[in-house]
Design a protein around this ligand. Structure first.
Ligand code: BT5
Length: 237
């Protein structure tokens, strides 16, 4: 189960960093929740704004056989999307790992592997969901929280519990239902195959059409040539 073992911290630099340092003291499926983070992390050294009111937590996985990090992102993305859609919030996955609402980011997922002597010994999946927290002026154009959408506060413990239950069910069915789960993931994904997007190729922003989407690469037709990219500059409506 996810979240049977739970540690709640009032303030910590980053729940991912905390679990990476202390993974030996926790069991598979344990979660660490912070009321606020002082140095929340995004990908590639970016920072994650995490004041009181949001849902900031990390899950520890110590399975016998490790799954690819992308699988965890996929599973938590679906779980978060389906829990929020139950609240009638039309969120979608902006490839590869963000949850968006109406062009603004509401949630980010950060999976990290812990390795000892080049062997993966555990996985930490960090989830940051803007719930009842304010969004600072500098992020207002790109970020949004649930309370701004619903115009009321949402119970964080309900979200935490529902996301973890759903993610666990998806995880245990993943091995037998890989294709089906990937199909569900693609259903919530933006852009879709055939959509027009702008990508950065050799420091030049060019327009192309999405040919194929995988967890880590987007194949784009740029002037008749297929190019694989790892990020999107802009989705063209
Ligand atoms: C992510 O990174 O989206 C992954 C975020 C994961 C955060 C969780 S919180 C619990 C756990 N502990 C951690 O330390 N981290 C995880 P990335 O795709 O790199 O997005 C980062 C970018 O999103 C920043 O550069 C900002 O532009 C924007 N951003 C920062 N804080 C935000 C927020 N609260 N809501 C929406 N966007 C934000």
């Amino acid at each position: 189960m996810i979240g049977e073992e739970i540690e709640v911290l009032y303030e910590i630099d980053s729940t991912n960093e905390f679990l990476k340092k202390n993974y030996k003291s926790f069991h598979d499926g344990a979660i660490v929740v912070a009321i606020k983070q002082t140095a929340g992390k995004g990908r590639m050294g970016r920072s994650w704004y995490s004041p009181e009111g949001g849902l900031w937590y990390s899950v520890l996985f110590k399975p016998k056989i490790h799954l690819n990090l992308h699988v965890y992102t996929k599973i938590f993305s679906i779980a978060i999307i389906e829990v929020l859609r139950k609240l009638k919030i039309k969120v979608y996955i902006k490839w590869p790992n963000d949850i968006y609402y109406s062009g603004k980011k509401i949630c980010g997922i950060l999976p990290e592997a812990i390795s000892v002597n080049n062997r993966v010994v555990a996985i930490v999946v960090g989830i940051g969901l803007n719930v009842n927290n304010d969004i600072p002026p500098e992020l207002k154009d790109i970020a949004i929280s649930l309370k701004d959408i619903l115009k009321k506060k949402v119970k964080i413990t309900y979200l935490l519990d529902s996301i973890n239950k759903h993610a666990w069910n998806l995880l245990i069915s993943y091995r037998n239902e890989t294709e089906n789960i990937t199909k569900i993931w693609k259903k919530y994904l933006v852009p879709r195959e055939g959509d027009k997007i702008k990508v950065n190729v050799n420091n030049e922003i060019v327009e192309g059409t999405v040919l194929k989407i995988s967890e880590d690469t987007l194949y784009v037709d740029v002037g008749g040539k297929a190019i694989g990219v790892q990020s999107i500059h802009q989705i063209i409506d």
